[in-house]
Structures are given as C-alpha cells and as structure tokens.
Design a protein around this ligand. Sequence first.
Ligand code: GDP
Length: 361
Amino acid sequence: MKKAGIVGLPNSGKSTFFNAITDQNVPAEEYPFCTIEPNNGVLTVVDERVNKLAQMEGSQKIIYPFIQIVDIAGLVKGASHGEGLGNQFLDHISKVDLILHVVRCFKIDDVSHPMGDVDPERDIEIVETELILKDLETIEKRMAKISKQAKSGDIDSRNELIFLQRLKEHLESGKLSVMFERNESESKIIDSLFLLTEKPVIYIANVDEWGIDRELNKKVERVAKNKGFSFLAINARLEYELRQMEKDEAKEFLEAYGFEKFIKERLFEEIKKSLRLICFLTATKNEARSWVVPENSSAYEAAGLIHTDIQKGFARAEVISFNELINFSCMKEAKEAGAIKAHGKDYLIKEGDVVHFLFHS
Ligand code: GDP
C-alpha cells in the first residue's frame, strides 16, 4: 500500500491539512496496514464506480480506494544535525513513497512563523536542505565503505566512487537527487542508497483567505515547475472547516473561494499521477471495492494485494472494463454475453478493470 508523508515547517498548516484530508474514523480492519496513531490516517475518495458495482451485484459493503497518510511533524532548521526531532523525523520520511510538502503562503499575525516572516521559496529551501544534508551523509558513508576496495584496484568500486563524487557535488550545489541525470547502471546505484531527495514531491501551497491567485502561491508553482514536481494550491483551514458542514453547503463555500473540487479529490488524483497508480475494481455479494495498484501491475501481483491465498492458488482472472460492464445489468449477464475475458497471471491490469480472481484453495 502506498504511503504519503506530510512535511513542512512548524505552523505551515500540516496538522490542519492532515485533518482536512484524512478520515480518522474509518474502520481499522479495512486498512490493516495502517497503524492507527494520531499522526496516521487514510485519504479515501468516493469512487462512483464502486457505488454502481455494489448496486449491480447487491454488495453489502463498499470500500473506496485509499492512500495512507502520515503527518511527519518536527522539521526545523538543523534537523539533519539532530535539532528538533532530528533524525527521527528523517527516518519517517525514508518510509514514505511520496512527500506532500506543505508551504505556508498565508499571512496572519496571530500564527507565528518560525523564521519571522512568510517567504515560500526560502521555506522550501530550508526543508529541502535538511533532506539534502541527510542524503549527503548517506552518500559519504557509502563512499567511505567502498574506498578501500577502490584503492586496492577493484574497478566496479572505483567507478562507483567516481559516480558518487559527481552525485555528491550535485547535491552540494543545493539540487535534489531526483534531478540528477543518470544512465541505467547509475540508476541502480542511486536506488540502492534510498535517498530522501529521490522521492516525488507534491508542493501544497497553503494559501490565505483571499483566494488562489495571490503572488505567494505562484512562487511555489514556479519552484514545482522547475523541479518537475506537482503543485496544489489549497486553503487548509477552510477545507478543514468545510468538513464539518453538509456536502452541498460545503461545495458552495468552496466554489465561492475559487476552488472547483475538494482537496481530497484533487490530491488523490495528483498522488495517482505522481506515483503512477491506477484503480481496479472487485465486486462480490459481500463487498464492492476499488484497489490502488501501480501502473503495469500484473493480475498475479494484483491478486496478492487482495489475499496471499488468491495469489498462491491463482488460476485465472476474469476481466471486463467498468465502462463496458455498465452496458449490462450485472456481472452474470455480462459473462453470459461473453463480454468477460479470462486472462493468465501476466495480464496487465488497467484503470477501471473489474476483476474476478479464480484460484485453487
Ligand atoms: P503545523 O504546525 O504545520 O502542523 O500547523 P497547524 O496545522 O497546527 O497550523 C498552525 C496554525 O495556522 C493554526 O492556528 C491553524 O488554524 C492556522 N492555519 C492553518 N492553515 C491555515 C490557512 O490555510 N489559513 C489560515 N489563515 N490559517 C491557517
């Protein structure tokens, strides 16, 4: 299951954002991999296709797709040297697939800023510098480890050392590892280091009450563009307050503030794009469900997500796209019409596939 971590300087609105996008009251048994702690939650969105499937199949339960979210508090200037929560904070980041970097763009006097004033570009640099410093430490450790073999003439170690020196200089110039151009073998070396600045980032510009067109969030957008990352402008406090309202009323407020969709929906789509994820669907009398998997997942891999027994005993996957299925009244009718195709283990699951796995128990 994919996990996104919220980072940002103190008082940038991380907790408010976390509370605006996560459901703390979801039944824990549906999300067995999420440890239920105050800073852990799940981002779920309504997938209308699941509603429709449940209706067609008479499913008792509906489970929407979700991403695990963790609010990683405690980053301050100097974290990589142990300031604030220091390394503990950086450990948390190493466990996530994607970083949601909340950047303060709202100016109000009663919420202090740790640096004294609001300056999104500087704030981004402070956070990223800490991640870069941690990565430099990782690279230097690796260099120290292989330098003996390199000196004794081992060609691979010598080449790796030369490459790591280049990567180190890149990071020392303030750039993220993910922006470093590499060939296939260099890519393998980078992957083996598990660097923090290799992770994709979505910048979350937390704007003020004046709407989404102010200069400050434009600055965040420019930074995102330069780095090839995504960007979302939000108003965390507004979104949090809207969660306490009826959906229709909340939507009216949202539009009045210049936003078309709720942050949950926009964020879920952005995370899917950034991590190259797709959703496939399953439906039985018991439950209709939307599952999140990486693009190009095989039917075998998808089976493993549901249950190891289904994967172990995999026989075949019966598949129909949701858009085709809705031409029928239910799966049974689609099957009788020959519209459902049987596939083997290697079939690549597509967005919106409705899949029924058959397996030997
Ligand atoms: P954290 O330290 O990054 O987790 O920040 P919090 O979420 O605790 O927010 C710090 C303060 O800023 C709280 O008083 C929030 O109500 C306020 N705040 C958060 N987001 C917004 C926002 O979008 N607009 C305004 N005006 N205030 C916000």
